[in-house]
Design a protein around this ligand. Structure first.
Ligand SMILES: NC(=O)c1ccc[n+]([C@@H]2O[C@H](COP(=O)([O-])OP(=O)(O)OC[C@H]3O[C@@H](n4cnc5c(N)ncnc54)[C@H](O)[C@@H]3O)[C@@H](O)[C@H]2O)c1
Length: 345
């Protein structure tokens, strides 16, 4: 644990209000739903319609969380579906997105439809239905390889993958809706987030999952890039901070959320081996290596704007967050939900 940060000064939403979350069944979204219910909100949670009637990670949440959660099947690409979700809510947390970089090389149209048009639909709904606050989710990937570190919100945008480009497109729309229509949108730009329930498309679950499944030779992509890894509870706290801060402190602005720490993928794999008390050999798999100009080589966050506006600070260091994540993946019931023998794009 790091030192406790001051709490946000005033909360604009009170317990008992209804808030909407898109991407609610996903990794960060499911943790956010839990935190919003714990803060006393009723949550309207959009789960992407699917033929399995799967509610994703929401299915694993305790009954008391689900009792305060209304699950709405829908799709952010569909304006009617989004209008129904956000109508009458106090705050909308928009997390729904296609997020995998390798899959964005294969299916870029779907990224534009989900991350750009989907965000446009959310902005239109919030604008026309007079929702008082929208928290739009960006990503540190929009910065590309750091030109200066740590990265502030004034760092140039350099989109090195279709995923990053589609997220930056959504960000630009959010900025334009605030400028043109006064839409009360805040953009949160999380750096790499990790923790229980993350999919094996991300590096930390890939390493932990392979070790937990009994492998001693771990295959990864490029081992050199560095990232600023933030534990999911800290990222969720950043969402709540910008969702509840007074409008004058946050609306119309973009906020980075990250720890300010930095570790390479190779060193991270070694650290996870240590946390799991397992000797592992790390190999680079050419199938996982990205085109040279598309690989973001360095990301380190400067979150001082968020800290100054809301008092947010990360409370979990990497070793502690990894220990929680390892405990999750070591539970056979959790590990059984993953395909540890595949390269998950
Ligand atoms: N995980 C990270 O490290 C990280 C870092 C920065 C930003 N982000 C952003 O945070 C958000 C959540 O990411 P995550 O890591 O939880 O990923 P995730 O894939 O677990 O969650 C995304 C969710 O969006 C849903 N979704 C996709 N297309 C949809 C559609 N058309 N309609 C409705 N829902 C749809 C998916 O079903 C999924 O549940 C995303 O916006 C992502 O870009 C994530």
């Amino acid at each position: 644990m790091t030192a406790a940060a001051p709490e946000p000064s005033t909360s604009r939403t009170s317990a008992g209000t209804t808030v909407a979350v898109t991407g609610a069944e996903g990794f960060i979204g499911s943790h956010l739903v839990e935190a919003l219910v714990a803060a006393g909100h009723r949550v309207r949670a959009m789960v992407q319609y699917n033929s399995f009637s799967s509610f994703g990670w929401l299915e694993t949440l305790p009954k008391e969380v689900l009792d305060a959660t209304e699950i709405v099947l829908g799709d952010v690409r569909d304006p009617g579906s989004v209008n129904g979700l956000v109508k009458g809510t106090e705050t909308v947390y928009h997390l729904a997105a296609l997020i995998a970089i390798p899959y964005s090389y294969r299916a870029p149209h779907s990224y534009v439809e989900t991350n750009v048009t989907g965000t446009l639909n959310v902005l239109e709904a919030v604008r026309h239905l007079d929702v008082p606050r929208l928290v739009h989710t960006s990503t540190s990937e929009t910065y590309g390889t750091a030109r200066t570190v740590p990265i502030t919100e004034d760092h140039p945008i350099n989109t090195q993958s279709p995923y990053a480009a589609s997220k930056a497109g959504g960000d630009r729309l959010a900025d334009s809706y605030h400028a043109a229509f006064g839409t009360p949108v805040v953009t949160l730009r999380p750096f790499n987030t990790y923790g229980p329930r993350q999919s094996m498309r991300a590096v930390i679950p890939t390493v932990i999952g392979q070790i937990a499944a009994g492998r001693r030779t771990i295959t990864l992509g490029d081992l050199r890039p560095t990232r600023d890894f933030t534990y999911v509870e800290d990222t969720v706290a950043a969402f709540l901070a910008v969702g509840t801060a007074p409008a004058e402190a946050v609306v119309g602005r973009t906020f980075n959320a990250g720890t300010g720490g930095e570790i390479s993928v190779g060193d991270l794999a070694a650290l996870i081996g240590k946390v799991m008390e397992t000797d592992v050999e790390v190999l680079q798999d050419t199938e996982r290596v990205r085109p040279a100009d598309s690989e973001v080589m360095r990301l380190v966050c400067d979150a001082s704007r968020l800290r100054a506006a809301t008092g947010w600070a990360p409370r979990h260091d990497l070793a502690e967050g990894l220990a929680h994540t390892v405990a999750f993946f070591r539970d056979p019931a959790n590990l059984a939900r993953y395909k540890t023998d595949l390269y998950n794009v």
